[in-house]
Design a binder for this molecule. Structure first.
Ligand code: F0G
Length: 457
């Protein structure tokens, strides 16, 4: 097997900024030890997110120039609509400025007090948009997905037996829709199998509950199906994606991931009445139904990105580069979610820094150390992002404490990845010196974005 190379050459470059260790210690302190508060110019390799951070292709940039900025009926909308229809097969395509805007519209219409939304795992904005309406967001991930150390092919699957139990207990009339997130971002970017999507659909059908797919990383998921699920090895990624969506009644998508753009999203639906309600709300909150909070040029870039994302040379390189980083980390003994998912490496903070109790945010401590050692920015996905408080104010921790290092699409090269590897291993060697953190400020919702910390001891 030859080296899998980046399937592109570079036409435009952007310098990255070097800082000293002393500078980074001060920068982090000023930021309240919250990576969201660091100026991006002070980051050397930014693995905060794979969202909106893709490098666009020359054809996407050409599309930017070609965008039609008509208020209504822009030709860019029709190109966008066709591209989304080709992949999802949905009848009604509603552009939004990003994923959470699609979620906001969908849950404002379907949610409310007394309603429940099951999902394999809700992403934080999905959960927040469900909860904002007074409804409850329920995670029903398969057991194996909660164990970082166990290797399995489809750790993002929905627990079908639990879903059925949940529907019976809750009453189908209280469940406006069921969702499945591909890949499962909050659970390690792990894929969902076709079999599991089919079984989820069949349970939903039994109780007449529509199935929605949160499709942010649909192409990465489809590629994993091709690699791992018997019967799909000879199908194209496009055909696999089309089959995945054929089991859905609706789709929300942040185009900032697998549509390779810096902004954009959509809601795609089969139900005309729901589509009408969503469009009406879209016009109030986002814009007219042929631009939905985007410029015509953005719609062009999404349409082009959706064509490029199903390219299998791209996906092979994409999945391999994450796998490569994962393999080397495992060889060095660094505990990560295994096998690595599609867009990120997730360090298992509980095993990495076992001396730090969950209420002192072990993940946050690793995030800080990676920045100080190498100017690398990652993000905690654990008690900070998903922790709740009980009535005594004691932390109710989520099942996993993770640090996500998300890799932007088409942005970094192999030597950047090798550098990241060296820094993680360096921090791992010093892991016994890592200290816990306490929160000194937090917002009532999505606190991880703005919280401030102090180091303990
Ligand atoms: N659903 C999933 C699975 C996501 O990962 C995200 C965003 C969204 C919905 C919301 O989309 O940002 O366009 O509003 N995830 C980013 C991340 C922010 O870093 O993982 P958005």
């Amino acid at each position: 097997m030859k080296t899998i190379i980046e399937p592109f050459k570079i036409k435009s470059v952007e310098p990255i900024h070097f800082t000293t260790r002393e500078q980074r210690i001060e920068i982090l302190k000023q930021a309240g030890y919250n990576p969201f508060m660091i100026h991006a110019d002070d980051v050397l390799i930014d693995l905060l997110t794979d969202s909106g951070t893709s490098a666009m292709s020359s054809k996407q940039w050409a599309g930017i120039m070609d965008g039609d900025e008509s208020y209504a009926g822009s030709k860019s909308f029709y190109r966008f609509e066709e591209a989304v229809k080709k992949i999802t097969g949905m009848k009604f395509i509603i552009p939004t400025h990003q994923g959470r805007a699609a979620e906001k519209i969908l849950f404002t219409i379907t949610g409310g007090k007394g309603k429940y939304f099951p999902n394999n795992t809700h992403f934080d904005t999905t959960r927040a948009n469900v909860e904002f309406t007074g409804a409850e967001a329920i995670d029903l991930l398969v057991e194996v997905g909660k164990h970082p150390e166990i290797r399995a092919d489809f750790k993002g699957n929905m627990d079908i037996a639990e879903l059925r139990k949940f529907i019976i207990k809750t009453g189908k009339e209280n469940i406006p829709l069921c969702m499945i997130t591909v890949t499962n971002n909050s659970g390690g970017g792990q894929p969902v199998s076709m079999q599991n999507i089919k079984e989820t659909k069949s349970v939903c059908d039994e109780y007449n509950i529509p199935l929605f797919i949160d499709a942010c990383r649909f192409a990465e998921n489809a590629y994993f199906i091709k690699m791992r699920e018997p019967g799909y090895e000879n199908k194209t990624v496009l055909a696999i994606a089309q089959e995945m969506f054929s089991y859905a009644d609706g789709v929300t998508m942040s185009a900032k991931k697998d549509a390779l753009v810096n902004i954009g999203g959509f809601l795609a639906l089969n139900n005309e009445e729901l589509a009408m309600k969503c469009r009406n709300l879209l016009i109030v909150t986002e814009g007219f139904s042929t631009y939905g909070g985007l410029a015509g040029r953005d719609l062009e870039a999404v349409a082009q990105g959706l064509e490029e994302i199903v390219d299998e040379h791209y996906l092979q390189y994409r999945i391999r580069s994450i796998e490569y980083l994962g393999e080397k980390l495992v060889a060095a003994g660094v505990p990560i979610i295994e096998p690595p998912g599609g867009h990120a490496i997730y360090i298992d903070a509980k095993r990495f820094a076992p001396q730090i109790p969950q209420e002192q945010f072990p993940g946050q401590s690793i995030v800080s150390a990676l920045f100080i050692e190498g100017g690398i920015r990652g993000v905690e996905i654990g008690s900070l992002m998903f922790g709740k408080y009980d009535s005594y104010g004691k932390l109710i921790p989520p099942p996993m404490e993770l640090v996500r290092l998300a890799v932007p699409r088409r942005v970094y090269t192999q030597s950047h990845i090798d550098f990241v590897l060296e820094i993680i291993i360096e921090v791992f060697k010093k892991r016994s010196t890592l200290k816990g953190y306490k929160i000194v400020y937090e917002a009532p919702m999505l606190r991880h974005f703005t919280a401030r910390f102090e180091e303990i001891g």
